[in-house]
Structure formats: C-alpha cells, structure tokens
Design a protein around this ligand. Structure first.
Ligand SMILES: [Zn+2]
Ligand SMILES: [Zn+2]
Ligand SMILES: [Zn+2]
Length: 138
C-alpha cells in the first residue's frame, strides 16, 4: 500500500522514511511528531523533527495513519492500517484517552451525510470531558 502510494507520487523509498515508518508502527498509541522524533533520535540522530512530521502527514494522506487532535495543540497520529475505525473520549485534565465504537453513531453519520447528498469518506469524533479519577467528588 505504501510502496504503490510512493511510486504514484514518484517518492523514493528511503532509509529515513523506513525508519520513521517502522518506529511509528511499533508504537500502539496516539503519538505526536515530537514524541516519535524523541524515540527515533537515539538510533537515527540525523532525522529532524520536520522530516518526522512530514512523513506522518504523508502516512495520513495515504490512509496508513489517521490524524487526531485529542485536545492538545500538537497533532497526534495513530495507526489506521489494519485497525478498526474508532472514536475517542478525552479527559481534558489528565489526557486519558478511551477508544470506543458505537454502531448507532456510525450509522447516524452515514444517514446524515446521505441526507445532505454527501458520500461519507471519513469522520473524526472526539468527546471531551473529565474522566472518573479527575471528576471532583459530588
Ligand atoms: Zn466513528
Ligand atoms: Zn482524567
Ligand atoms: Zn485511537
């Protein structure tokens, strides 16, 4: 999938891109470019933060990664390849993230799109609030 995408765009396969991709795939989390850069810098000190960010954007545009915000200022990326679609609950105090899938919500979005003559391609749903440990006791 990535190989054909790169070929289509005449982007060369590179050692750096391979290193970034495998580091990203090894992380089962919602990662910022900075966090991934930190992990990479031990073994690949030559790879700059901008390169990491550019490659994450590239992975997102070919559907291997999905960009989410999860309440922070920096974009976060998670695996989209061989992962089921899901939505997120985010605690605005501690940053805890819960992934969920609700078939009713998914179905409703399809019907909203078609009601407005849209074909749904993707959507991002984030629910922000306080988790059980951060919520002040009543
Ligand atoms: Zn969804
Ligand atoms: Zn919390
Ligand atoms: Zn997720």
């Amino acid at each position: 999938m990535l190989a054909s995408f790169l070929a289509e765009r005449k982007l060369k396969k590179s050692k750096r891109r391979d290193a970034i991709l495998s580091a990203f795939l090894a992380m089962e989390t919602h990662v910022t470019a900075e966090e991934l850069h930190r992990v990479l810098s031990a073994e690949h000190p030559g790879i700059g933060l901008a390169t990491v960010y550019r490659n994450l954007k590239l992975l997102a545009s070919c559907g291997l990664a999905k960009q989410v915000s999860l309440g922070g200022k920096a974009a976060r990326f998670e695996h989209a390849f061989r992962h089921r679609h899901h939505d997120h609950l985010v605690c605005s105090r501690c940053g805890k993230v819960v992934e969920f899938l609700d078939s009713e919500i998914e179905r409703r979005q399809e019907s909203i799109a078609s009601r407005h003559d849209f074909t749904l391609e993707s959507h991002t749903l984030e629910i922000h609030g306080l988790c059980g440990s951060c919520r002040p006791p009543r």
